[in-house]
Design a binder for this molecule. Structure first.
Ligand SMILES: *Cc1c(COP(=O)(O)O)cnc(C)c1O
Length: 395
């Protein structure tokens, strides 16, 4: 395919146009190829394709045109050489670890990670002799101090969920590279529309496509973006171990990517308006959002991000009773742990997403009983305010 006309194109153009190689049918929309395998014109052609001598489709576990279109489009958006799509965000993280690490290697990770990522690192990678050390996201000296000669991978989410703690990606990349380790950033919360970690020095970007890349809560998927060298290893894992994306899901994510820029802009606008309104409400003790002037890393957020995302941590007066009362008074927002949807969601981290932590661990992670998390969707802002005001005004 010739994508030359996209050279130097902006993000919204790439999101709509990149990656599609039109077939002989001259279709305008991206086709779905629901086929497990592909055929060859001769035994010799089959042999050339299998040996890798000639590029082409073989079997949809590792070569499918719809999946490839999604991979090319996301690689273009993140500014990476290559992308490998996976069956879920967790499969993207597992495949990265299988591709890059071996027994005895160490990971240094931010403390505020997605819960399943922590389980994957501790329980499953731990079984194979890979050790993970956790540090405070924003404390660069702590990252440096946790490095050992066996450290091969630094792993972070920024901003964190639900307290919007930031990692300075460029500074962390410098630490990683000085120690000959890779830096992987889980860019699920901001997407390439708002943050491009590779341009800041990260080696790998991880996605749960399930969240904002789809943006409408329809499918589970994931992806890793980076350089050819590492991604070739990753493709080997997906080809051999099988955590591949289905062509249908790839098509759903392609359609999601087409509106990524405009959706993220709208998510950010709603979220900032809601954060400012909440911060001024007498029943609210504190709002955690990197778009607020009161956020301790607001300057870093402005430098490193093109927007502040759509996840808010809000501390309500009255502890658990207050938080639950506000949640139970909502009629519009969905009470669910999911995020990255056009529908706003609300949850009480201390008794749901972080419910398995001990009281001490919750305290260390800043997950108080009065904390609620809101993933702000695209409903009208006045309706969202009204939905929260019902509970807040009664406190
Ligand atoms: C949801 C999520 C994941 C896991 O993605 P799945 O697609 O659910 O497997 C990983 N990281 C972050 C930050 C997430 O929010």
């Amino acid at each position: 395919m010739n994508d030359d006309f996209l050279h130097g194109a902006g993000l919204d153009t790439l999101a709509v146009r990149a990656g599609h190689a039109r077939t002989a049918e001259q279709e305008h929309g991206e086709p779905i190829f629901p086929t497990s395998s592909f055929v060859y014109g001769s035994a010799a052609e089959a042999a050339r394709k299998f040996s890798g001598e000639e590029p082409g489709n073989i079997y949809s576990r590792f070569t499918n045109p719809t999946v490839r279109t999604f991979e090319k489009r996301l690689a273009a958006l993140e500014g990476g050489e290559r992308c490998v799509a996976t069956s879920s965000g967790m499969a993207a993280i597992l495949s990265t670890a299988l591709a890059l690490l071996e027994a005895g290697d160490e990971i240094v990770a931010s403390r505020a990670l997605f819960g399943s990522t922590v389980s994957l690192f501790n329980k499953y990678l731990g079984k194979f002799g890979i050790v993970t050390r956790y540090v405070e996201s924003s404390d660069l000296a702590a990252w440096e101090a946790a490095m050992t000669p066996r450290t091969r991978l630094l792993f972070a989410e920024t901003p964190s969920n639900p307290l919007s703690e930031l990692v300075d990606i460029a500074a962390l990349a410098e630490i990683a590279h000085r120690h000959e380790a890779w830096l992987a950033i889980d860019n699920c919360f901001l997407t390439p529309a708002l943050q491009r970690p590779l341009a800041l020095g990260a080696d790998l970007v991880i996605h749960s496509a399930t969240k904002y890349l789809d943006g409408q809560g329809r499918a589970i998927g994931g992806a890793v973006v980076g350089r050819d060298k590492e991604l070739e290893e990753l493709l080997g894992v997906v080809r051999t171990c099988g955590p591949c994306m289905s062509p249908f899901n790839a098509w759903v994510f392609l359609k999601g990517l087409e509106t990524l820029g405009i959706r993220m802009k709208a998510h950010c606008e709603n979220t900032l308006a809601l954060a400012q309104w909440l911060e001024a409400h007498p029943a609210v003790e504190r709002v955690h959002y990197s778009g607020l002037e009161s956020h301790p890393q607001h300057a870093l957020a402005k430098r490193q991000q093109r927007g502040f995302g759509a996840v808010l941590g809000v501390e309500i007066e009255g502890g658990r009773d207050g938080a639950w009362a506000v949640i139970d008074a909502t009629r519009l927002m969905s009470i669910t742990g999911n995020l990255g949807d056009v529908k706003s969601t609300i949850t009480h981290p201390a008794t749901t997403t972080h419910g398995r932590l001990s009281d001490e661990q919750k305290l260390a992670a800043g997950i108080g009983e009065g904390l609620i998390r809101i993933a702000v969707g695209l409903e009208d802002i006045d309706d969202l305010k009204g939905d929260l005001a019902r509970g807040l005004d009664a406190l």
